[in-house]
Design a protein around this ligand. Sequence first.
Ligand code: ADP
Ligand code: MG
Length: 561
Amino acid sequence: MERLRQRLQQIDGRGYKAYKQLQGNYDFGPFQLSIDHVQGDPFALPSRISIQIGLQQHGLPKTFWQNRIRQTALEDILGRMLAEAIKKHVKGRRGTGRSGEISIATSGQQVLRRNAVLVTDQQIEARLLFALPGSGRSILVDEATQMFFSELPKIIADGLQWQKRELQLLQRHIEQAEDQQMLRELLPTANAIAFVANGAILPRRSGIDDRPLKAGVPFHSPPSLEQRFELPNQGSVTGMAVPRGVTLIVGGGFHGKSTLLQALERGIYNHIPDDGRELVATLPEAVKIRAEDHRAVNGVNISPFIGTLPGNRTTDCFSTDNASGSTSQAANIIEALECGCNCLLIDEDTSATNFMIRDERMQQLVPDAQEPITPLLHRVRELYEKEGVSTVIVTGGSGDYLAVADTVIMLDNYRVFDVSDKAKQIAGPAPTATEKKPLRPQQRRRIDLQTGPLRGQRETKILVRELRQIEYGHIRIDLSKVEQLVDAGQTESIGRLLAYCHQQEPEQKDGLLQTLRQALAQVDQQGLDLLLPWKAGHLAMPRLYELAAAANRLRISCKTH
Ligand code: ADP
Ligand code: MG
């Protein structure tokens, strides 16, 4: 610590680059500080530091990280406590550019595995961004001294050295995450694809604020769908179990249909205490499917849904840089199935109508032979009965799906009713498909994951500018419609994973998907640090589906210019 003080004095008044001399390790007594990377100027990405605290010093009980889910939850809450402490103690910007900022990457309402805080049997490590202060090109020593010797110790004291009350907070966080995980694992035992606990708060404050709506009407299950699960920490929980099969969510406009579906989409993740959705769980292989016009498609066999297109264009290896609503939705389904998806989540609000239905009058006017599209309506039962893939569909406008549904849930003023029996009386005969192409076409696709540097740059950069946009070298990957991607850290990891796959297995001997799957398994086993040659803390774990979604949306044609 004294050594750092001295070094700071020595570089007083010098140019910003002299900060480089600070790189190294320092003993701060209660914790170790490591200055891992020093930025080149005050406008660059902030410097990276890490803090280590030994087991002796933090004294947390080992039960807090005894399995993966507990460890992830503990790392998550420690990151949040550090972020809280930073907000409290850091004076904020001082100097030019981002000078004086301190930050740590944390998740929103979800509990994601990240690399900002890492707990091992030996120590806790926290990785922070630390924008070394400068005024133009010169060093601001007094400000830096304040950051290192006044603010940092306070942040660590608040964030990583706890009182009894905070231990209880940590414990609650960990136990809730473990319960959610268990709930998700128990779903198959009840033949369910999803569960929503009584009392859950599903609506969010707004489209850009994922916190619970304060006046939200609590969820309550209809008696016929009610199930009870025993959880390891909180004991028994009661709520609605959505059975396997084809489920419709119906009801008038603005009665909460999409809100329920969105909760199911996010049910693949664990949520923080008081989120309102902490006892909503969905099978981990559930995928939101929507239309996505203009997306790129790379060699996907969409023939189960889209037959030969005008101009005799076959669709068993369909590529385009600009898909239509129906072809994009078909590709989204086929790609999801390729990844092992066992549950499709669909909202008519974001679907292509001609992909969802074709009614009798239209069939009379436009004969089947002229229509390349086999609507999902005609194959959704087969999808379940032959492939074991369940579907949940929100529909307010068309009754056609009543004929193919096992369960019909009605929302009325945010209250939920099971109207399956009544729906069966109303529904006519179930339509069947004339199209018989297998729904899980066997195909081993390869996608060239190579990317080159941007003109004028030496190395290939992978950058995430928005939550769902990757700049992969000179190719931009648009994930804006991949709705179950929830964190920019996941997007970062996806970009790195694509590059890692290209480096490790450019040939993709067993196909793209197997390559992606293996890379993800390696990261899962060895940790996110595998993806970066230097120490950083901004990565979060994605699912296979979102990773594949990025590869599937690569615009191959970009590569020619
Ligand atoms: P639908 O899809 O049926 O048209 P939405 O799910 O979009 O309806 O919900 C309409 C509005 O009602 C949204 O603003 C949503 O936040 C709100 N809302 C949904 N569920 C609840 C609830 N349980 N309590 C209070 N407001 C809700
Ligand atoms: Mg809606």
